[in-house]
Design a protein around this ligand. Sequence first.
Ligand SMILES: [Zn+2]
Length: 169
Amino acid sequence: MLTRQFTGYKTIHGPEQLHDPNQPSRPISSPADYRGWHAAMVTTKGVDPWDSNKKCTARINHGRWIADCIWCKGPILTRPDWGVAYCAECGARYHEGSVIFPANPRLFAEPLLLRVQRELQNWAEPQKLEALWDENKRLDVKTVDDILRENIADAIDIALVEPDGELTP
Ligand SMILES: [Zn+2]
């Protein structure tokens, strides 16, 4: 029986999930876009964007990179390759270098991206990387090897049912 297999998610989400309030069809695709989005969001609330002189720390919540605003405690979307966080609640801007990420964010994303449910993709300091992999075992999350094996099994199934498949004797 051939079933469509889960092959893991490609990314932990971030501000690229937001859309330009003035052009809803246009996603936010750069830190400059994000900054423009932020200015538009806070200005409609009568707040001016301002630069935070304190840092905030990133975590992963439900498959999204989130930084908690040090000033208003609100959650802010961020992503390690942009390194910025702009708080739509109080107007604080955390520029590059002001959002603290783990030294290698990809390592922390990896075990989480194998979890089918986005709600289970969570990590925060001081949780260690090994603890995420241990959680995966407890949650019975497939490993990369499991997924590869299943995909190879599927490929063989396809080959056997297709008359011209290479593996058909
Ligand atoms: Zn804030």
